[in-house]
Design a protein around this ligand. Structure first.
Ligand code: PLP
Length: 361
C-alpha cells in the first residue's frame, strides 16, 4: 500500500505503526469481544486507557504532580472561550500575545467575556515573526497572559517563553505539543487539540496547575468548569473514547522513538531538509517566517507568482504529495511537518522542490 506524503496542517499524519496497531485492535479490544468505541467508559478496560493516556502524557512531557492532565472535547476553539470564562476577573484584564490568526480567535472570544489587553503584537510584520521576550509587556494584576506557542498558519514558533511572575502563563500548543521538551513549570495552563501531534481530532488535552483548577469561576455551567473535569478524572460525561485510545497509541509510539527530546532532533533533521531547499534556491523559494521565528512544525514559503504556486501544488499532488497549499487566509505554500511525518516524506519534498526549480527556474 502506498502512503501519501502527507503534509496536511490538521487533521494531520498519524504514524503508520499506530494505525496498524489500531487496526489490529479495532474489532476486538483485548479479548473483550467488542471495539473500544463500543465499550462503557466506566468499564475497567476503558478506565485503563484513560489512566494510561494520563500517565504517558506525564512521563513523556515531564508534567509535575501539581498539574492535572485533562482530556476534553470541543477542540482548542472551546478553550479560547473556557479560559476567559474561568479566569478573566473584572478589573484584571486578560493579556494576549497577538501573533496571528489563532491568537486573534482566542482574543475575540475573551473580549466577549471581559477586558483584554495586547501584551505584544507582530501584526506590523504581517505575523511573520514572534515577539522578542523584551517586547512582551505583562500588565501587573492581569488575569493571565495567553500566547500561541506555534502559529500554524504563519509558520512561526516561540523558541523561549516569557517569565510572567504571579500572572499565569497560558499556552495554546495545539500545533507543537510534544514536538520538543518544555519546562511545564513555566506555565499555568497548556492546551492542545489532538489532531496535529497527538492523534485524531475529537479530544483536547489540557494541562492545568492545581491552584488554577480551584480558582476557576463557580458560576458557569458544569461542562465549562475545569474543576468538573479534574474532579471526575476527565470522565464527567461520555468522553471521546476512541480518540483518547488513539492518543495512548501515539504516546506509546513517541516513547518507543526515545521520547520527546529524540522527537525534537528528528523534527530538526526533517525541517532542515526543507528550509535548506528554500534557502539554497537562490530566491526561487522564499521563506515567509523570519529565520529566528521559523517553526519546526509548519514551513511556510512562496514562489515568484501565484500561477507558479498553483503549478507547484498541481504537480506536487500528481507526485503523491498532499496538503502543501497554504492556509486560505494567507495563500502561498505550507508544509506541516508534525511528529508523525516521516523523514522520507521530507526528503521526497526537498527533492521535488529541487526538480520543480530545475524545470521552472
Ligand atoms: N490553535 C491553533 C494553534 C491551531 O492550529 C488550531 C487548529 O488548526 C486551533 C487552535 C483550533 O483547533 P480546533 O480545531 O481543535 O478547535
Amino acid at each position: 500500500m502506498a502512503r501519501a506524503y502527507n503534509f496536511n496542517a490538521g487533521p494531520a499524519a498519524i504514524p503508520l505503526e499506530v494505525l496498524q496497531k489500531a487496526q489490529e485492535q479495532f474489532v476486538d479490544y483485548h479479548g473483550a469481544g467488542m471495539s473500544i468505541m463500543e465499550m462503557s467508559h466506566r468499564s475497567p478496560l476503558y478506565e485503563g486507557v484513560n489512566n494510561e493516556a494520563q500517565t504517558l502524557m506525564r512521563e513523556l512531557f515531564g508534567i509535575p504532580d501539581n498539574y492535572k492532565v485533562l482530556f476534553l472535547q470541543g477542540g482548542a476553539s472551546t478553550q479560547f472561550a473556557m479560559l476567559p470564562m474561568n479566569f478573566l476577573r473584572p478589573g484584571h484584564p486578560a493579556a494576549y500575545v497577538q501573533t496571528g490568526a489563532w491568537a486573534d480567535k482566542a482574543i475575540k472570544e475573551a473580549k466577549l467575556i471581559g477586558e483584554t489587553v495586547i501584551a505584544a503584537s507582530t501584526a506590523s510584520d504581517n505575523f511573520m515573526r514572534v515577539p522578542n521576550l523584551s517586547e512582551i509587556e505583562v500588565p501587573a494584576g492581569a488575569s493571565y497572559l495567553h500566547l500561541t506557542s506555534n502559529e500554524t498558519i504563519g509558520g512561526t514558533q516561540f523558541q523561549e517563553f516569557p517569565s510572567t511572575g504571579d500572572v499565569p502563563l497560558i499556552a495554546d500548543m495545539s500545533s507543537d505539543i510534544l514536538s520538543r521538551p518544555v519546562d511545564i513549570n513555566q506555565f499555568g495552563i497548556i492546551y492542545a487539540g489532538a489532531q496535529k501531534n497527538l492523534g485524531p481530532s475529537g479530544v483536547t488535552v489540557v494541562i492545568i496547575r492545581e491552584d488554577l483548577v480551584k480558582e476557576g469561576s463557580k458560576s458557569i455551567p458544569a461542562m465549562f468548569r475545569y474543576e468538573t473535569h479534574a474532579k471526575a478524572d476527565s470522565l464527567y460525561n461520555t468522553p471521546p473514547s476512541f480518540s483518547v485510545y488513539m492518543v495512548t497509541l501515539v504516546l506509546k509510539w513517541i516513547k518507543e522513538k526515545g521520547g520527546v527530546a529524540q522527537i525534537e532532533q528528528y523534527n530538526r533533521d526533517k525541517t532542515k531538509l526543507i528550509y535548506d531547499a528554500i534557502d539554497q534556491s537562490g530566491g526561487f523559494y522564499k521563506g515567509c517566517a523570519h529565520p529566528q521565528s521559523r517553526s519546526l512544525m509548519n514551513i511556510t514559503f512562496r514562489l515568484g507568482s501565484e500561477e507558479l504556486e498553483k503549478q507547484f501544488i498541481k504537480e506536487s499532488e500528481q507526485s503523491g504529495f498532499v496538503g502543501l497549499k497554504g492556509h486560505r487566509d494567507v495563500g502561498g505554500l505550507r508544509a506541516s511537518t508534525y511528529n508523525a511525518v516521516p523523514l522520507e516524506s521530507c526528503q521526497a519534498l526537498a527533492q521535488f522542490m529541487a526538480d520543480f526549480q530545475k524545470r521552472n527556474g
